[in-house]
Design a binder for this molecule. Structure first.
Ligand code: ADP
Ligand code: MG
Ligand code: ZN
Length: 504
């Protein structure tokens, strides 16, 4: 079966409609134990070894709230400029799914722990866009199903399914935005920037590693269109569990084009969930969306209400770290870089590495130069994140120190870095093993300069005649003779000295 989805071009869609978006992000907290029992949350254990009567939903088992989970939720709420409930409860969200052994998910419904906030996000051009937050609430993850015997790993065509409940009960925070309006053609970019800023925030708070590729953070993209000038929102679709920043942007973009095609041909959008496909960048229909009342939410009778004291909330507020956007703005000032430069650093995933390299003694410009040049390229080529490279910020700082001292020039420094990346040892070890040192022996340099002058009499005459720029050719000859191991600035000085010319 092939179904092709009609699309209109992105530009045409935006010419007639304004997108409205809602983003729901689930974050798995990095607590040691589950949200309502003492089971471990560590990854990689054998299936069903991290379960107990409570997270398996056995009759009579009673849940207990994880205090660290609540504290993390409050941290997130405060960092998102939310109000924190003085009193709130958990609620049962009732539905059947094989990977959810209790037959309900313990969540929060009309009493979220945090509500009414906002997050400022930065777009590629450095401009800021404010995304309003509806709520952040606590809930728990489900287990995992493994469908065996089919070709696709999906349930269709499988002979049987295996269930692993190790993940069932791991704390989740769900963060829901208010409808995002006014982003216009930048809506997909805003969606991506929002999820990224949220990820940075979660990491800065230390409540989760928020690795999207590991499912620790996932995003549902709600999208609708309304004709220009119309107040009322259109019907939304909800693309579920999008798991990379790039996919969030692509899913929003695709849905804008799809909705526009349906609406402009006189059709209606059905409210449904959809799945995003990485390979094609398209979405396909999931299930028709339940209404809230289908879940028969009711307050969880087995858990006490959560009533964080104001003192505790203020204590947590006082302990929050500097938040990512404020930090980036501060660093921008300190380093003297533009908003777009900072976006590039963020895109490259090198911000913390640069900071640590500076902390290890490098100046900002050279720390930035190495991580955004040589090292970003190398990471890119080997398909790893820059922080996975076999070089530490301390080592990069050491290389830039050697350059600053004149013991290495740029070209040699690149070779040192290459050696460290290749596992040849520390920068100093690579310098020794490869014999990479600027020739600073003035006698040897002087000889090389004399030879270069003798070998290029025409050039030497030009320089004597005042054409200082011609010295470049002689510098080149000396560098070649010393296999790149001379300090180019010193070589130039020597050449001019010997020819009796002054720089200017
Ligand atoms: P549900 O649980 O059904 O997904 P929520 O209210 O939790 O509903 O989340 C819906 C998300 O979609 C919110 O971010 C909300 O702001 C947003 N939203 C609501 N209505 C629309 C609409 N018509 N178009 C786009 N987004 C919408
Ligand atoms: Mg939803
Ligand atoms: Zn358990």
């Amino acid at each position: 079966m092939t179904t092709t989805t009609d699309l209109v071009s992105y530009e045409d869609a935006l010419a007639s409609y304004d997108p409205v978006m809602g983003l729901e992000v689930h974050v798995e907290l990095g607590t040691n134990t589950k949200m309502f029992c003492g089971c471990s949350t560590s990854l990689g254990a054998d299936p069903n070894t991290q379960t107990c009567p409570t997270c398996l939903g056995m009759p009579g088992a009673l849940p207990v709230v994880n205090a660290t989970g609540v504290e993390s939720a409050i941290k997130i709420g405060l960092a998102l400029n939310c109000e924190i409930a003085e009193w709130c409860r958990f609620a049962r969200k009732n539905y059947f799914y094989p990977d959810m052994p209790k037959n309900f998910q313990t969540s929060q419904y009309d009493e979220p722990i945090a509500f009414n906030g906002y997050l400022d996000v930065q777009l590629e051009d450095g401009e800021t866009f404010r995304v309003e937050i509806e709520r952040a609430h606590m809930e728990e993850d489900t287990g995992k199903s493994l469908h065996v015997g089919g070709a696709t790993g999906r349930i269709h065509g499988a002979s049987h399914s295996l269930l692993d409940y190790n993940r069932a009960g791991i704390p989740l925070i769900e963060i829901v935005t208010k409808p995002i309006v006014g982003a216009g053609e930048r809506a997909p970019e805003v969606a991506r920037a929002y999820v990224r800023e949220l990820r940075e925030l979660i990491r800065a708070l230390g409540v989760s590693e928020a690795r999207m590729e590991q499912g620790q953070m996932r995003c549902d993209v709600n999208l609708s269109l309304r004709p220009h000038g119309r107040e009322k929102f259109g019907t939304r679709s909800e693309t579920k569990n999008v798991n990379s920043l790039r996919s969030v942007e692509r899913a929003a973009r695709f849905e804008i084009q799809r909705h526009a095609a349906v609406l402009s041909s006189g059709g209606t959008i059905v409210q449904e969930t959809r799945h995003f496909h990485e390979d094609t960048g398209s979405t396909t229909s999931g299930r028709v969306k339940e209404e809230a009342e289908d879940y028969r939410y009711f307050p969880e009778p087995d858990l006490v209400p959560v009533a964080p004291s104001r003192e505790w909330v203020e204590e947590i507020r006082g302990s929050l770290p500097e938040l990512p956007l404020a930090r980036r703005n501060r660093l921008r000032e300190e380093w003297g870089v533009s908003g777009t430069d900072m976006q590039a650093i963020l895109n490259a995933g090198t911000l913390d590495l640069i900071v640590r390299t500076i902390e290890a003694g490098a100046d900002a410009a050279s720390a930035r130069k190495w991580w955004m040049g040589e090292l970003a390229r190398s990471a890119n080529e080997s398909g790893v994140a820059p922080d996975q490279l076999a070089i530490t910020p301390d080592q990069v700082a050491r290389v830039s120190e050697l350059v600053a001292k004149g013991e290495l020039n740029d070209k040699l420094a690149r070779q040192v870095i290459e050696g460290v990346l290749a596992g040849e040892g520390t920068p100093d070890e690579v310098v020794d093993k490869r014999g990479l040192k600027v020739v600073s022996d003035e006698g040897a340099l002087g000889t090389a300069v004399d030879e270069a002058i003798a070998g290029n009499p025409g050039v030497a005459d030009k320089i004597r005649g005042g054409k200082v720029a011609a010295a470049g050719a002689l510098v080149g000859a000396v560098m070649k003779a010393t296999r790149g191991q001379a300090d180019a600035a010193r070589v130039k000085e020597l050449i001019l000295e010997k020819l009796g010319v002054s720089e200017g």
